[in-house]
Design a protein. Sequence first.
Length: 235
Amino acid sequence: MIRTLIVDDVPLARDKLRHLLAVHADIDIRGEAADVEQARHLLQHQTVDLLLLDIQMPGQDGMQLAQRLPAPAPLVIFTTAHARHAVDSYALGAVDYLLKPLDGMRLALALERVRRQLVQPPPSTPQPLCIRNGAGIEYIPVGDIDYIDNAGHYACVHVGRQVHLLRESIGRLAQQLAPAGFLQVQRAVIVNLARVRSLQHRRNGDATLLLLDGTALPLSRSHRDAFDQAIAQRG
């Protein structure tokens, strides 16, 4: 059973959520809250697997609650009438961002994501990247890699200020490193999602990713859906 807490200041909105959730036999509604203070009180006294969380409420908003969830933190699906917080919500690890009026089919897809995350096995330790050089082989822990781009026939593996050259295709590296949290964001760029700090919109659906060290990387619109989904699934 998925222990669920509904947080919304509008009684009719909470009623609709209960109605939409009634068809999901594995959803166990443990309580409701009309504001962040009530939600925090309920979270202190019981374990919850999932928050269905509105954003604009009296007092503190839902984003502030999501930023300071008690451990173990529940998964979060935002339910709101406003689209402007979507990118920030995924940066917080939200499973999904649903716009009101809520649609039963769209909610069902979000709940399926929740189920997958709750049963997800712990990730195995990724093998280091082996890079041959003149003196032998260097083993680079994949968690230390910021991003990878290419130069001619070589992949450039960026680790802080160091750049290691590897004769391998970007496509093959993207497949190899995907289980470790890497994603192809341009035809010739792979990024470690754990290094992404923020996203800035550009024209025509393209965007720029800013990494923790200030590096700016392009995110093409053809890879945008995959990026949004990967960020949402990180949790």
